[in-house]
Write a protein that binds this ligand. Structure first.
Ligand code: UDP
Ligand code: MG
Length: 330
C-alpha cells in the first residue's frame, strides 16, 4: 500500500479519446504544447485513441505524431464508443499514473497539477468534480444532475457525484481495471468499485469551444441505461416488486369478482376488466423487456469478443503494444 506523501511522480500518461474532433484537435495540440513544459521533470506521454473518426482527425493525429515520439496514436477499425476508446488508452498507457481527459479540453489542463499533488500524497484515484458547468444548456445540466443522483442511489452508493471520466489513476488501479474482462464498461463505476484511496479535485467545467458534443440525448440515455444494467440488478428487482403488487391486486379483484357473482351482479365490470387486461399486458411486456435487456448483456459478455479492434498505431513499438487486446487480456 502506498503511504501518504511517500511518492514522486516521474512518468505521466494522458489518455485522450478522439471521435470526429478535427475542429478541436489543433487547439488541443497547441494547448498541450504550451502546457507540457510546465510539468518540469515529469516525463509525459500522450495516448490519443482515434475511435473510428470519419473526418480528418486521424490525418491530424498522424502529422502530430511525427513531431514527437511522446505523441502515441491508436486508431480503431470503426467507432467502438467512448468507453472502449478510454479502455484502449488505459491498456496502452505506460505511465506510473494516467490522466483520462476529453479531446475538447472542457476538463482543463490546469486541474492536473493538483491531481498530481494528490497522487503524490498517496491517493490512487483523483477524480475531477465539476462545481460548475459553463456554456451548457439547462437541459444538459439537469439531466447530468439527475444521472449522478440516480446512479448513486440505484447503482453504486460510492459513485462520486458530478464526475465524468476526467481523473488521474495510479498504475495499480489501471492494471486492475485493465484486467477486468467485462465487455460493457462503465469506467467511472469500475474505478469506484475497485476502491483504494479516492479524492476529488473540484474544477469549473469549461464550455466546448469547437465542434459538437458526441453525446446527444439519445446516446446519453443509452449510456445511462447501459450503466444501470451493467452495474445493478435493481430494475429486475423493481420488476419483481411490481409483479408482486400486481399479483396482490389480482387476488383482491378475484375476491371482488367472486363477491359480484355471489350477489348475481356479473354483467357490469367490462371497463375495469379491459383496464386490468391492458395493465397486466403492458407490465408483462415491460418485465420481459427488462429481463431481455439483461439476457442481451449476458449474451454480449459470453461471446468474449474484443472490446475494440486497433487497426493502426503510431509511435508505439512492438514491445509497448499489449498485442491485439482480447477481452481477457485488456
Ligand atoms: N468520444 C469517443 N467516441 C465516441 C464519442 C465520444 O471517443 O463514440 C470522445 C470525444 O471525442 C471526446 C470524449 O469522448 O473526446 C467526450 O465526448 P464529448 O465531449 O462529445 O461528450 P460531452 O463532454 O458532451 O459529454
Ligand atoms: Mg466534451
Amino acid at each position: 500500500m502506498s503511504q501518504c506523501g511517500s511518492r514522486t511522480l516521474s512518468f505521466l500518461s494522458l489518455v485522450i479519446p478522439v471521435y470526429n474532433e478535427q475542429a478541436t484537435l489543433p487547439f488541443l495540440c497547441q494547448q498541450l504544447e504550451e502546457w507540457l513544459p510546465t510539468l518540469g521533470t515529469i516525463r509525459c506521454e500522450i495516448v490519443l485513441v482515434d475511435d473510428g473518426s470519419s473526418d480528418n482527425s486521424y490525418a491530424f493525429l498522424a502529422e502530430w505524431a511525427q513531431s514527437s515520439p511522446q505523441i502515441k496514436v491508436l486508431s480503431f477499425s470503426r467507432n467502438f464508443g467512448h468507453q472502449a476508446a478510454v479502455s484502449a488508452g488505459l491498456a496502452y498507457a505506460k505511465g506510473e499514473a494516467v490522466v483520462i481527459m476529453d479531446a475538447d479540453l472542457q476538463d482543463p489542463l490546469s486541474a492536473i497539477p493538483e491531481m498530481i499533488r494528490r497522487y503524490e500524497e498517496g491517493y490512487d484515484v483523483v477524480y475531477g468534480q465539476r462545481i460548475c458547468r459553463q456554456g451548457e444548456t439547462v437541459f444538459k445540466k439537469v439531466t447530468a444532475w439527475a444521472f449522478y443522483r440516480l446512479m448513486q442511489s440505484c447503482v453504486y452508493k460510492d459513485l462520486p457525484k458530478d464526475t465524468g471520466d476526467f481523473r488521474l489513476v495510479s498504475r495499480r488501479v489501471v492494471d486492475i481495471v485493465n484486467a477486468m474482462p467485462e465487455a460493457h464498461r462503465f469506467l467511472r463505476g469500475m474505478f469506484a468499485w475497485v476502491g483504494f484511496r479516492h479524492i476529488a479535485v473540484p474544477y469549473v467545467r469549461d464550455e466546448r469551444r469547437f465542434g459538437q458534443t458526441k453525446y446527444p440525448f439519445s446516446k446519453m440515455l443509452r449510456f445511462a441505461w447501459q450503466a444501470i444494467t451493467s452495474f445493478s440488478a435493481l430494475p429486475i428487482r423493481l420488476v419483481c416488486l411490481w409483479g408482486a403488487f400486481v399479483a396482490c391486486l389480482g387476488f383482491l379483484i378475484c375476491l371482488y369478482a367472486f363477491y359480484c357473482w355471489c350477489i348475481g351482479d356479473t354483467v357490469q365490470g367490462w371497463t375495469s376488466l379491459m383496464g386490468l387486461i391492458a395493465m397486466l399486458g403492458g407490465s408483462s411486456i415491460l418485465a420481459i423487456g427488462i429481463v431481455g435487456e439483461y439476457v442481451g448483456n449476458i449474451f454480449e459478455e459470453v461471446k468474449l469478443r474484443p472490446k475494440y479492434l486497433v487497426e493502426k498505431t503510431l509511435n508505439i513499438s512492438r514491445k509497448e503494444d499489449p498485442k491485439a487486446p482480447t477481452s481477457k487480456e485488456s
